[in-house]
Design a protein around this ligand. Structure first.
Ligand code: KIV
Ligand code: ZN
Length: 435
C-alpha cells in the first residue's frame, strides 16, 4: 500500500502556468563530480575527476560542485589539487557539500582553504520521514541543526583564507511541510544576512521526486513568494528523476520563479539520476534561447563521459543518443528529405525540418551517417536521399520507387540495416549490371 508523501503549499496560484516559454537561461551548476560521482559503481579517481572538471569548464560551466570533501580522501585531495595547482579558471566558482555537523563543516573548510571563490553548500534533512525515522528529532531540533550549521559556516568563513559564499538545502524538501521548509530557510538566511552584493543560495532538492511537476513548481512558487531577503537570494532547484520528470520539474520550477539549476550531464546521479542539464540547455536552445553552454561537439562529450564514468549514454538520450536524429521509417525519411530540400532551396533562417527538433549539425552530428538510415521499414525517399548524399545522384521518381522496393526486399530478407554502399550496390545491380 502506498500513500502520497508530499505536501501541497498552503496557497498556490499557478499563474506561471500561463507562460509558454522560458526567456532566459538559469545559472547552471554541475553536480556531476558530487551527486553524479557518488552514484557510480566505481567513483572517479582523482585523475578522472580532473579530466571531467576540465570538460565541464570547456562546456562553459561557471559553477561546479566538486565534491563532498569530508566523504573520502580522493574527494579531499581532488579539491586540494584544484586549489593548490591553480586549476580553477578565474570565472569559475567551485562548490562543496557539507552536512550540518561540526566536524564535517570544519573538514570542509580545511579542504577549501585558499580557494579564489567557493560556495559552501550546507544541508540537513527536513522531511517528516527523516525527522521521525532517521533522526528522532522534533521540528524545532531539526531547525536548530540548520541554524547552528549556518552559524558555524559564517564563523569559519571569517577565519579561513579564501572567498566564500553560502548555500542551504532542506534535503528531502518534497516530503517536508512547505511552510516549515520556508521557516527553516528563513532562519538560515537570518543567520547569514545576505545582501544583493553578497547573495546566498537557497536550493530546493527533489531528493526523491515523489510529486507531479506542477506540485513541485507550486512549492517553488510558494518559496519564491515568501522567502526573506528575496533580492539577496538565488533560488535554486536540484531535481532528481524518480518519476522520470526531472526536466519537467526544472522547467516548471523556472517558470515559477527559480533562477539556478543543479544537474548533471546525461542525468547521472543517485538512483534514476539528477536532472539532465544537456536536455534542459538544448530545450532552451531549440526555442531560440542561448543556454550559455556549448554542446556543439556532443559525440566527444559522450565519449569522454562514458570513459570517465563507465556509464553509457542510451541510444535514445535526448539530443545525444546514437539514434535520436535517425529515421528508418519511409514516411519520416520522405518528410525529412523534402524538408532538407526545402531548406536548401529557400535558405530559410529558422529550422523547421519535420521530425528533427534541431539541426543535428548543431550538436556535431552528421546528416550522412546519422539521419537517414535504411532497413526494411524504409522507403523511396530515404533511398533517394542516400544516393544523393553519398553518391551525388538525383534519380527520377519512378526509379526511386523501384530501388526503394528492391532495398526493402533485401533488408527484409537479410533482417539487417543496409549501409549506403549496400544501397548503391542494389541500385547498380538493378540498373547497370541488370542482375
Ligand atoms: O538530492 C539531494 O537532496 C541532494 C542534497 C544534498 C542537495 O543531493
Ligand atoms: Zn541530489
Amino acid at each position: 500500500k502506498y500513500e502520497r508523501a508530499y505536501f501541497m503549499p498552503p496557497v498556490v496560484s499557478y499563474d506561471w502556468v500561463k507562460k509558454d516559454h522560458i526567456d532566459k537561461p538559469p545559472s547552471w551548476c554541475s553536480v556531476d563530480l558530487r551527486d553524479g560521482n557518488q552514484a557510480l559503481i566505481e567513483p572517479m579517481s582523482l585523475e578522472e575527476k580532473l579530466e571531467f572538471f576540465a570538460m565541464l569548464v570547456k562546456i562553459g560551466f561557471k559553477e561546479i560542485e566538486v565534491g563532498f570533501p569530508a566523504a573520502s580522501e580522493t574527494e579531499y585531495n581532488f579539491i586540494r589539487t584544484l586549489i593548490e595547482k591553480n586549476m580553477i579558471p578565474a570565472d569559475v566558482t567551485i562548490q562543496v557539500l557539507t552536512q550540518a555537523r561540526e566536524h564535517i563543516i570544519r573538514k570542509t573548510f580545511e579542504a577549501v582553504k585558499g580557494a579564489p571563490h567557493a560556495v559552501i553548500h550546507l544541508y540537513n534533512s527536513t522531511s517528516v520521514a527523516q525527522r521521525e525515522q532517521v533522526f528522532g528529532k522534533s521540528k524545532e531540533e531539526i531547525k536548530q541543526i540548520a541554524v547552528d550549521g549556518a552559524a558555524l559556516l559564517k564563523q569559519l568563513a571569517n577565519e579561513t583564507t579564501g572567498n566564500f559564499s553560502f548555500q542551504y538545502s532542506p534535503e528531502s524538501f518534497p516530503g517536508t511541510e512547505v511552510d516549515y521548509a520556508l521557516e527553516i530557510c528563513n532562519a538560515v538566511l537570518d543567520v547569514w544576512q545576505p545582501t544583493p552584493a553578497r547573495k546566498a543560495i537557497i536550493n530546493l532538492p527533489t531528493t526523491v521526486e515523489n510529486a507531479m511537476p506542477h506540485v513541485f513548481a507550486g512549492q517553488v512558487e510558494f518559496m519564491n513568494k515568501h522567502l526573506k531577503y528575496r533580492d539577496a537570494v538565488i533560488l535554486c532547484l536540484h531535481p532528481h528523476n524518480d518519476r522520470g520528470c526531472g526536466v519537467c520539474d526544472a522547467e516548471f520550477g523556472l517558470l515559477a520563479g527559480a533562477e539556478r539549476i543543479e544537474g548533471t550531464l546525461f542525468g547521472n546521479g543517485e538512483r534514476t539520476g539528477n536532472v539532465d542539464i544537456i536536455t534542459l540547455a538544448m530545450n532552451l536552445f531549440s526555442h531560440g534561447v542561448d543556454p550559455g553552454l556549448d554542446f556543439s561537439n556532443m559525440p566527444e562529450i559522450c565519449q569522454k563521459y562514458e570513459l570517465l564514468t563507465r556509464m553509457q549514454v542510451p541510444a535514445r538520450q535526448p539530443y545525444a543518443g546514437e539514434l535520436v536524429f535517425t529515421a528508418f521509417s519511409g514516411s519520416h525519411q520522405d518528410a525529412i528529405a523534402k524538408g532538407m530540400q526545402h531548406r536548401e532551396e529557400k535558405s530559410s533562417a529558422a529550422w523547421s525540418v519535420p521530425y528533427l527538433p534541431i539541426d543535428p549539425k548543431d550538436v556535431g552530428r552528421q546528416y550522412d551517417s546519422d539521419v537517414i538510415r535504411i532497413n526494411s521499414q524504409s522507403g523511396k525517399g530515404g533511398v533517394g536521399y542516400i544516393l544523393k548524399q553519398h553518391y551525388g545522384m538525383s534519380i527520377p521518381a519512378q526509379m526511386k520507387e523501384e530501388v526503394g522496393y528492391a532495398v526493402k526486399d533485401v533488408s527484409d530478407r537479410e533482417h539487417k540495416e543496409l549501409s549506403p554502399q549496400w544501397v548503391y550496390q542494389i541500385f547498380e545491380d538493378k540498373y547497370i549490371n541488370n542482375t
